[in-house]
Design a protein around this ligand. Structure first.
Ligand SMILES: CC(=O)N[C@H]1[C@@H](OP(=O)(O)OP(=O)(O)OC[C@H]2O[C@@H](n3ccc(=O)[nH]c3=O)[C@H](O)[C@@H]2O)O[C@H](CO)[C@@H](O)[C@@H]1O
Ligand SMILES: C=C(OP(=O)(O)O)C(=O)O
Length: 431
């Protein structure tokens, strides 16, 4: 299949309402965790994106049936599954293939996982996964693949060496099947971790401390069937806030999941973008000051990412593009991934005033008038950030490798065009 290219005519104002898709990073662990029960599971509001389609192929390959019964409804039945050798080519397409470790270990007693893939945004550690599953009773061997074996999982008091999102998810799923009580300390608490935990509870698991950094799991649970709705994607909501701000457009983001937006709204407020809440809708008015808020005493402010409930790493690229349209100076500090900021060279080529201090820190002085350019998306979020830059730039931009954007955002060109954007989605042309 030829890679996808977006051709974007910039400079148009947008307006209207848009509903975020279901959270990609919830859907992935939940699809994997559906393998834990031999009863049928129906998942609603599943984003129909490349990452979920790939994981669906992977769970079919171990014997589960998985059918899309509506555009965003997935019916999974893992009546009997086998820890078959997983296809390395499918596994390397997504980071989330590592999420099969917990459920397959619990169900089959062993799993052989080829290396996972995912965004190339810096080193992606697997150590926390190994640490957690070993403490729950698994023997782990690493060759050209990771082999986990545990004829029996046993509850344990587990302290994670860092609050890794996917490692917490693997440990949580394994703990539900383990014999006895598990305490997961220094656990990640992102909205998607909470979503997975709530799904497991819907299946019959007993979990305390959901949404905190200490979860207590009473295993082994007797699991049944469930119908579960994936929560809205807070990263997509943040991306849409940035989009509205850089195009100075009024936008209503419906069913936005406002209870999870505190740190995201605070981050954008530092850039002079203030949103309003009406019920579960988030309104981004068009009359924003777009003035970066200095720290007390007139000092240069900083926006940094951290594990939840702080500002999320997956919104850093969006925040950087947004800051190029705001008046003032700000330090952006990306603490988690060492390659996520390199895309700023493209923004600089488009006219942004950015100093990349080192792989983790960039100083942005705005506002800058951006002009169209040709660029290549290196990862989901940088790709979406480039799309924001292209939509607000003067002239036409081309974004190659837009498939990366589509790993995380469903029908994004169609949905943004409905708001007034001018994005053409075509097969990439060489040269
Ligand atoms: C499928 C999925 O859900 N992917 C998400 C998941 O990836 P993933 O689960 O792979 O990310 P991790 O939480 O394991 O870690 C991300 C990076 O942050 C570093 N780290 C982590 C915790 C910490 O306190 N300090 C620290 O520096 C890790 O060493 C690693 O380099 O979480 C990331 C961090 O929110 C998101 O970017 C990814 O979109
Ligand atoms: C980094 C991301 O995804 P993944 O972990 O699946 O590569 C992301 O969603 O921004």
């Amino acid at each position: 299949m030829a890679p996808i290219q977006y051709i974007v005519e910039g400079g148009h104002r947008l307006s209207g309402s848009i509903e975020p898709s279901g959270n990609k990073n919830s859907a992935l662990p939940i699809i994997a965790a559906a393998l834990l029960t031999e009863h049928p599971v129906t998942l609603e509001n599943v984003p129909r994106i490349r990452d979920t389609e790939t994981l669906v192929e992977l769970i079919r390959s171990v014997g589960a049936s998985a059918e899309w019964t509506a555009r965003n409804t997935l019916h999974i039945h893992a009546k009997s599954i086998r820890a078959a050798d997983l296809d390395p080519e499918l596994c390397v397409r997504i980071r989330a293939s590592i999420l099969l470790a917990g459920p397959l270990l619990a169900r089959c007693g062993e799993v052989m996982l080829p290396p996972p893939g995912g965004d190339v945004i810096g080193r992606r550690r697997l150590d926390t996964h190994v640490l957690a599953l070993e403490q729950l009773g698994a023997k782990v061997t690493a060759t050209d693949r990771l082999e986990f074996r545990a004829p029996k999982l046993a509850g344990a008091d587990v302290f994670l060496d860092e609050p890794s999102v996917t490692a917490t998810e693997n440990a949580l799923v394994a703990a539900v099947a383990a014999d006895g009580v598990t305490i997961l300390r220094n656990a990640a608490s992102e909205p998607h971790v909470q979503d997975l935990a709530n799904f497991l509870v819907a299946l019959g698991a007993k979990i305390e401390g959901i949404g905190t950094n200490t979860m207590i799991v009473y295993g082994p649970a007797t699991l049944g069937e469930a119908t579960y709705r994936i929560q809205p994607d807070h990263i997509e909501v943040g991306s849409l806030i940035g989009l509205a701000a850089v195009t100075r457009s009024p936008l209503r983001i419906t069913r936005a999941g406002v209870e999870h937006l505190h740190s995201i709204r605070m981050g954008f407020e530092r850039l002079g973008i203030v949103c309003r809440i009406e019920g579960d809708d988030l309104i981004v008015p068009s009359n924003q000051t777009l003035k970066i808020q200095d720290d007390f005493g007139g000092h240069v402010p900083k926006l940094e990412d951290q594990p939840w409930p702080a500002f999320p790493a997956d919104l850093m690229s969006i925040a950087i593009v947004t800051a190029t349209q705001c008046e003032g100076v700000i330090l952006m500090f990306e603490k988690m991934f060492e390659s996520r900021m390199f895309f700023v060279d493209k923004l600089i080529a488009m006219g942004a005033r950015i100093v990349l201090c080192d792989p983790h820190r960039a100083i942005i002085a705005g506002p800058s008038r951006l002009h169209g350019a040709t660029m290549t998306s290196p990862d989901i979020r940088a790709g979406m950030a480039m799309l924001l830059a292209a939509v607000c730039a003067q002239g036409t931009s081309t974004i190659n490798n837009a498939d990366q954007i589509e790993r995380g955002y469903e029908r994004i060109e169609e949905r943004l065009n409905a708001l007034g954007a001018k994005i053409k989605r075509v097969p990439e042309r060489k040269g």
